[in-house]
Design a protein around this ligand. Sequence first.
Ligand code: ADP
Ligand code: GN1
Ligand code: MG
Length: 354
Amino acid sequence: MERGVFTAEEIDSILESMEITDRTAITRYGSGHINDTFKVDTRSGESYILQRVNTTIFDPPSQELLKRVLIRVTSFLKSKGVTTIDFIGYNAPWRLYRFYGGCTVNEVVSSPRQAYDIGRAFAKFHDDLSDFPAPRLEEVLPKFHDTPDRIKALDEAVRKDVAGRASSVARELEFVEKRRLEAGRIVSLMAEGVIPERVIHNDSKINNVLVMPDGSAVIIDLDTVMPGSALSDFGDMVRTSTAAAAEDEADLTKVFSKKDYFEALARGYIERAAFLTREEIDNLVFAGRLSTFEVGVRFLTDYINGDVYFHTAYPDHNLIRARNQFKMVESLEENAESYEKIVSELFSCAPHKK
Ligand code: ADP
Ligand code: GN1
Ligand code: MG
């Protein structure tokens, strides 16, 4: 999907409706795949993030629901003293919030220490939300991590083949076919009540974490905070924070999961996530493969559908991403045994329920 095109006049009128009348510069910002994000500088020296939520993914009723959910979640986090997104204006689909200057956003991890910090930050996020009050948080995007449902969407895309691309991805479809059966493991364990439901982020990739100048982490992009399994978040951390290269690296020899990053990530997460159950711990390594596979399936589906969901910068971008993710899955499969060993060693010295 192309990024949205907006004139300076359109953006200024949105800003005026949010009482910002002294802007000096508007710059496209970040590399998110979904929303249109701008940094706004003002004469007063204050900077803001202005964001237009994707209206294809969030239709008008979901926009209103999303706003209510975000206000519930951020108010709850703020009541606990957690630094979070601070909405200054919210005129759906547009919203404005404080720009955290001086922070760093990484696309790939470049040291085990960074991976450790990411693991710890999301464990704290889960812990902070562990006593989220009733009623159950509404699901703005239902079945978000229902992997079999994502495969069903792929099957549907192949059947319709609207962009005439299905025949060119036979190898990738075969890769999916071989893993179809195990894709339902986490949703089934949740349905059976073996894996608990928690309030989770659902999009715990590395560039949704701002690293503040004092080294602390602020978790952003809360549009997908919904009930789900902590395993989905841990899985997406493994996908993005143990990867040696970015998710759209085309040279597949550079794409693999790094064992020292995994060790650090898992250590950071497990040390802080004292709430984890035995069943969750037992599925952490599997979750890494599953989340990576799921995102690969989604990129492939979008490629076949003619690039209607994720922002793309060139025609084969989604295909390059899908191949990259499947290479990463292979690497995680190869490392499975050693990663299981790391988790069981970490678990044996951690203060969890046994
Ligand atoms: P998307 O849903 O499109 O991924 P995000 O909310 O993640 O949108 O924002 C896109 C990028 O903008 C982030 O990866 C980050 O680089 C930057 N960003 C978002 N919010 C802030 C903020 N409050 N301060 C500084 N940078 C931010
Ligand atoms: C999207 O918005 P962003 O870029 O943080 C997507 C995630 C995918 C991710 C893959 C709402 O995340 O689910 O895992 O791309 N977000 C949505 O990089 O679909
Ligand atoms: Mg994002």
